[in-house]
Design a protein around this ligand. Structure first.
Ligand code: FAD
Length: 452
């Protein structure tokens, strides 16, 4: 049977672009890709990249104060959102161009269209044309969802925050995950009076308790009004503002409300049901260890499969798919010991098990130290950092490493290599400290603070 293409990829985000590029570029496969919106997907257009630029922008406020403490005769001026937003979007346009060119330069034919499946080897584009392919890869990502409460339409999500006309004076951020907590820090740093509601007992659920506790404490110290155990009941427009009634009985007005209360896979209206492709409880596409759906010619990777929703993971899944299907080398994407950063202020870097999860698994020793870092302490800031290792009593392997500190994302990338290699506490100990740094504490902690 002959097909138009060897591979048709639906979705031009992190996972889809990488799979298409590698399949076409490395193996000479005939590849096409459809993208209904902008190339680069969530990460480049409305996720990691613009978010990190906003984190950078928001951190300068404190730097001016620190510089003064170090003797610099400088004064903080006002933050110009319009100037920054223009530059940020110009940068995103540039990156989108790069993604388009990557596809073109590797011989991938791209269609600016929505695509859906018609049968196991056919996709239909939004203009009605149909294309056939030996393999179809679904990499359609996800989207933010708002809770079903009165007035929810008045709120924005992370999709809209990058396009605000003006910066609000006051903002409520609802949610306790990494996106909500990161934007609380960003907005606060940019001078917006920021409130965060989270219905749970502590933000950043699933991460190490001690680490997330410190992040929350520092966020409050920095001026964010964090309300735990609190959710929004209803909202309505009141003049230019939004009236919010909270579950704690409070009624307050905000210029903007942002929901960061969850994301759902983009798997509706893709024609999956007709093909019998199964979906999970959250609507995600169910795949096996090789990202294959129940229909052998159809694979799915990235956020639409809701495994580990991070850009480098979508990319790894895309590359493993190409290895398996186009290079004859069956490869499972590795979801173990993924280092990751949360760009809150302070930042958190983490790899492996939290103290709580490790303690459920086996007896552990916990090495942990919290202190005021030299650079900020000199400037008179009370900020604290945390360096923590969770160690197996039996094997002495480091099961988890958790860092809360400026630059924690950069540190955990490197600590992640050691943990992935199976380093023991003694391997950390025989590594000479880099002095004076914050992370030297990771190799100088002598006695466990507790065992469990
Ligand atoms: C605010 C925010 C911050 C984030 N920060 C980080 C971070 O710091 N680090 C990190 O690792 N991850 C981060 N992420 C997560 C990361 O962005 C995603 O995990 C990653 O983009 C998933 O890649 P993907 O290829 O699965 O999907 P996406 O990148 O979402 O790409 C899917 C693409 O498919 C297109 N599409 C959908 N349906 C169709 C269709 N039917 N036809 C054609 N095209 C279609 C979409 O338009 C989209 O471009 C963040 C996410 C958000 C929302």
């Amino acid at each position: 049977m002959s097909f138009d293409y060897d591979l048709f990829v639906i979705g031009g985000g992190s996972g889809g672009v990488r799979a298409a590029r590698v399949a076409a570029g490395d193996t000479g496969a005939k590849v096409a890709l459809a993208e209904e919106d902008r190339y680069g997907g969530t990460c480049v257009i409305r996720g990691c990249v613009p978010k990190k630029l906003m984190v950078f922008a928001s951190e300068y406020a404190d730097m001016v104060g620190d510089a003064q403490a170090y003797g610099w005769d400088i004064k903080a001026g006002a933050f110009n959102w319009g100037h920054f937003r223009g530059k940020m979007h110009a940068e995103l346009d540039r990156l989108e161009g790069i993604y388009r060119n990557i596809l073109k330069n590797n011989g991938v034919e791209s269609f600016d269209a929505r695509a859906k499946l018609v049968d196991a080897h056919t996709v239909e584009l939004s203009d009605g044309t149909r294309k056939t392919a030996k393999h179809i890869l679904i990499a359609t990502g996800g989207h933010p969802v708002k809770p079903d409460i009165p007035g929810a339409e008045l709120a924005i999500t992370s999709n809209e925050i990058f396009h605000l006309e003006t910066l609000p004076k006051t903002m409520l951020i609802v949610g306790g995950g990494y996106i909500a907590s990161e934007f609380a820090g960003i907005m606060n740093g940019l001078g917006v009076k920021t409130t965060q509601f989270y219905r749970g007992a502590q933000i950043l659920r699933g991460f190490d308790d001690e680490a997330r506790g410190l992040v929350c404490e520092e966020m409050c110290q920095a001026g964010i009004d964090v309300h735990l155990g609190t959710n929004v009941l209803e909202m309505r427009k009141e003049g230019d503002q939004i009236w919010v009634k909270a579950t704690n009985g409070e009624e307050r007005l905000f210029d903007h409300v942002m929901f960061a209360t969850g994301r759902a896979p983009n798997a509706d209206d893709l024609g999956l049901e007709a093909l019998g492709i199964e979906r999970g409880r959250k609507g995600e596409i169910l795949v096996d260890d090789y990202s294959q759906t129940g229909v052998p010619s159809v694979f799915a990777i990235g956020d639409v499969t809701d495994r580990v929703n991070l850009t480098p993971v979508a990319i790894r899944e895309g590359m493993a798919f190409v290895e398996t299907v186009f290079k004859g080398n069956p490869t499972k994407p590795d979801h173990e010991l993924i280092p990751t950063a949360i760009f809150t202020q302070p930042e958190m870097g983490t790899v492996g098990l939290s103290e709580e999860d490790a303690a459920e698994q086996e007896p552990i020793d916990v090495y942990s130290t919290s202190f005021k870092p030299m650079q900020q302490a000199f400037a008179g800031r009370a900020q604290r950092v945390l360096m923590k290792l969770v160690v197996s009593k039996a094997s002495r392997k480091v099961l988890g490493c958790h860092i809360v500190a400026p630059g924690a994302g950069e540190m955990i990338q490197l600590a992640g290599i050691a943990v992935k290699m199976g380093a023991t506490k003694e391997d950390f100990d025989r590594t000479v400290a880099v002095h004076p740094t914050m992370s030297e504490e990771l190799v100088t902690m002598k006695t466990p603070v507790r065992s469990a």
